[in-house]
Ligand binder design. Structure first.
Ligand code: UD1
Ligand code: UDP
Length: 366
């Protein structure tokens, strides 16, 4: 009898990071892998699943425009109750720290279904930052049976919370598996960029930055674009209305600031490879960019991914307008400061993380 493994994806980054695990499990003779899309994201999830050739077996189509966290959580829990009772999986795999992950962990706990948590043990130790992700991953971590920690630091975080050492495996982050699979292909950003001008790539979407902090970020980007007419700025804008409306209002008129829809994964990897500098509050981008040798200025006060910061290839710059402008301008003007950050270091994995996750499951189930 094959073991039924239900892999859950809700948002864009979960799909990118779970894809190598899903594709790997399909080659395991002992495993029957099923894919559940909560579709907490719609277009951005479909983009990624399409790129990796993954078709969900179940799709809850849960996204609604500007949905509140409570409504999202409540609707997900109700839908998951039915799906889990019908699917009867032997194990459920979740990835990361979204509301999808937290609700799946809780619904599985109620039905006594064991969970494997991919990208376990990331912590800032501050419940408000990032919000609500720190709470999501703490809850998922409490309920998980297998913890796939990307780094030794994340393993230590789990030990500090009382998780048994034997339940934790340090695997690396599957984001690097996905990145290496993709970066090896012939890639094109698909947007007319000037190859003679330097490119600054921007992404931003964190909830704790909504409102004034995000307006400060936009003001900083506006200033940088004005100060550097010879540089092109590419900003694929997250569709969350709290981001999209402000970004367009404050930045659309800037001639060298190109605002576009979220890029498909492969074109986005192409853009990261072309970029001179990346300014972002994204978790995944903080992991990918160092592997591509691209400096990242992180628009956050703290990070659950301290490894690249400690190595000096990622820098936290917060949301203060002046600070962002100064730090970015320094990297645009000062070659030495730039080279010190553009070193091609990958503290988050070697591209073999999915194999290690599957290895742990194989040992238990096969
Ligand atoms: C979510 C995750 C966050 C993750 C991010 C990755 C939660 C609470 N947040 O944030 O941890 O870092 O995804 O991008 O789990 N929308 C669309 N189309 C899409 C996706 C989103 O229109 O494909 C819009 C909708 O109006 C939706 C809103 O964005 O209601 C917010 O989506 P939601 O998943 O709640 O939060 P994100 O900000 O995307
Ligand atoms: N990404 C993408 N298109 C974009 C912006 C980002 O495919 O226009 C990818 C990026 O390479 C990374 C992931 O999306 O793998 C990060 O997702 P996001 O920033 O939405 O979420 P987070 O990682 O912060 O949870």
């Amino acid at each position: 009898m094959k073991k039924r493994i239900l892999s859950v994806v809700g948002t864009r980054p979960e799909a990118i990071k779970m894809a190598p695990v899903i594709l790997g499990l399909k080659n395991e003779p002992w495993a029957e892998v099923r894919v559940l899309a909560t579709a907490q994201h719609r277009q951005m999830l479909d983009q990624v699943l399409g790129f990796f050739g993954i078709r969900p077996d179940i799709d809850l189509d849960i996204m609604r425009p500007n949905q509140s966290l409570t409504t999202l959580t409540a609707r997900l829990l109700l839908e998951l109750d039915t799906v889990l009772a019908t699917e009867k999986p032997d194990v459920v795999l979740v990835q990361g720290d979204t509301t999808t992950v937290m609700t799946v962990a809780l619904a599985c706990f109620y039905q006594r279904i064991p969970i494997g948590h991919v990208e376990a043990g990331l912590r800032t130790w501050d419940m408000q930052n990032p919000f609500p992700e720190e709470a999501n991953r703490v809850i998922a971590g409490k309920l998980a049976r297998w913890h796939f920690a990307p780094t030794e630091g994340s393993r230590q975080n789990l030990l500090r919370e009382g998780i048994a050492d034997g339940d934790i495996s340090v695997t690396g982050n599957t984001v690097i598996d996905a990145l290496l699979m993709t970066a090896a292909k012939e890639l094109d950003v698909g947007i007319g960029l000037d190859p003679t001008r330097r490119l600054v790539l921007i992404t931003c979407h964190r909830r704790e930055n909504f409102g004034e902090p995000f307006e400060n970020i936009c003001l900083a980007l506006q200033t940088l674009a004005k100060q550097n007419p010879d540089v092109q700025f590419l900003y694929p804008v997250h569709p969350n209305p709290n981001v999209k409306d402000v970004a367009h209002r404050m930045l659309a008129s800037q001639q060298n600031m190109l605002l576009c829809e979220p890029l498909d994964y492969a074109p986005f990897v192409a853009a990261m490879k072309l970029a001179y500098l990346i300014i972002s509050d994204s978790g995944g981008v903080q992991e990918e960019a160092p592997a591509l040798g691209k400096p990242v200025l992180v628009l956050r006060e703290e990070t659950e991914r301290p490894e690249a910061v400690e190595m000096g290839v990622v820098k936290l710059v917060g949301t203060d307008c002046l600070r962002i402008v100064q730090e970015a301008q320094k990297l645009l003007d000062d070659k030495e400061a730039y080279q010190a950050m553009a070193r091609g270091i990958s503290p988050y994995g070697d591209g073999q993380a999915a194999g290690r996750v599957i290895g742990v499951l194989r040992k238990h189930f096969a």
